[in-house]
Structures are given as structure tokens and as C-alpha cells.
Design a protein around this ligand. Structure first.
Ligand code: ADP
Ligand code: MG
Length: 157
């Protein structure tokens, strides 16, 4: 069921999140605005996904993505946060992030400690890297979506 909407293409501005300190954990997540999140299929499963991402007209990188319940709205709205598997020299708030969601890793979970949370995310990152190296997933990195001007967004599903 989680795979029904995949692959999923999405483009939008990076906004300030709710400062849960992802960056301090070494795992910054670029948040999409509420408006972009609302444009997602309402029945898309929460959880952890993997795919490809690019900032502005930059290079395409591997990413892990979390679709979760947004605590700011008392868990009635979703949040969509992308961790790009690349080290950036600077933050990119306000820039256009393009993502292509390719596959699903696992549902959302609660963790007893920060250590178990961090190690789960590190495993997600390793799983994403492995999956995205498979030829069928690697080929999506060159999708025209990443080279099209803004506004020409299509969803294939
Ligand atoms: P916020 O709560 O504002 O989302 P985070 O701690 O999650 O703060 O940090 C996210 C910000 O870090 C992004 O909006 C982006 O500007 C920056 N950033 C730097 N490197 C990355 C990366 N590899 N992946 C995602 N965001 C990154
Ligand atoms: Mg964030």
C-alpha cells in the first residue's frame, strides 16, 4: 500500500522546521511548507522512504525522507522532511528542493532513547544507499524531472 503512489515527484520551497535539532544530531532534514505537504496524496503512508533529491539546479543526490505526523498541529497534519545524503557547505532555506520518492523503508516508530533513534536513522541511510545503487533505481537519478524548469511538474502514477 505504501508503494501505490511511487515513484512520486515533488518540488517546493525549503522552510524552517520546528527545530527538533535534527542538525545537532548530524541529520538535518529539509522541511517542505504546509502547502506542499497538503498537495501529497492524503492516503500516503507515514514512515521512512528513499529516493533522489536536488537543491535548485544542483547535483542530484541520494536522500531519505520522513513522512510523519506534525506535532505542531497536534498530529492532525503531516510533515515531509528530506535528509539529503551529501554534505552541503551552507544551509539552503528558501531554495527549491526537488525530490523523487522511489521506495519505502519502514513505518514510523517511537524510540526509547536518542541513541536508538540515531542508529535507526543510520540504518535507514545505509538501506537507502544500497537500494538506490540498484540499476532500476539508479536510472531514475537522470530523470528529466530534475532538469525541467519549475512549473512543469508531472506525477506519474
Ligand atoms: P529545521 O527544523 O529548520 O528543518 P534542521 O535541523 O532539520 O532544521 O536542519 C534543516 C536545514 O539544514 C535544511 O533546511 C537545510 O537548509 C540545511 N541542510 C544542510 N545540509 C542538509 C542535508 N544534507 N539535508 C537536508 N538539509 C540540510
Ligand atoms: Mg528539519
Amino acid at each position: 500500500a505504501a508503494m501505490r503512489h511511487l515513484p512520486y515527484f515533488c518540488r517546493g520551497k525549503v522552510v524552517k522546521g520546528f527545530g527538533r535539532g535534527s542538525k545537532e544530531l548530524g541529520i538535518p532534514t529539509a522541511n517542505f511548507s504546509e502547502q506542499v505537504v497538503e498537495s501529497f496524496p492524503s492516503d500516503i503512508s507515514t514512515g521512512i522512504y528513499y529516493g533522489w533529491a536536488c537543491v535548485g539546479n544542483g547535483d542530484v543526490h541520494k536522500m531519505v525522507l520522513s513522512i510523519g505526523w506534525n506535532p505542531f498541529y497536534k498530529n492532525t497534519k503531516k510533515s515531509v522532511e528530506t535528509h539529503i545524503i551529501h554534505t552541503f557547505k551552507e544551509d539552503f532555506y528558501g531554495e527549491i528542493l526537488s525530490i523523487l520518492i522511489v521506495g519505502y523503508i519502514r513505518p514510523e516508530k517511537n524510540f526509547d532513547s536518542l541513541e536508538t533513534l540515531i542508529s535507526a536513522i543510520q540504518e535507514d541511510i545505509e538501506e537507502a544507499k544500497r537500494q538506490l545503487d540498484l540499476p532500476e533505481h539508479l536510472k531514475l537519478k537522470d530523470n528529466n524531472f530534475f532538469h525541467l524548469p519549475e512549473g512543469k511538474i508531472m506525477n506519474h502514477h
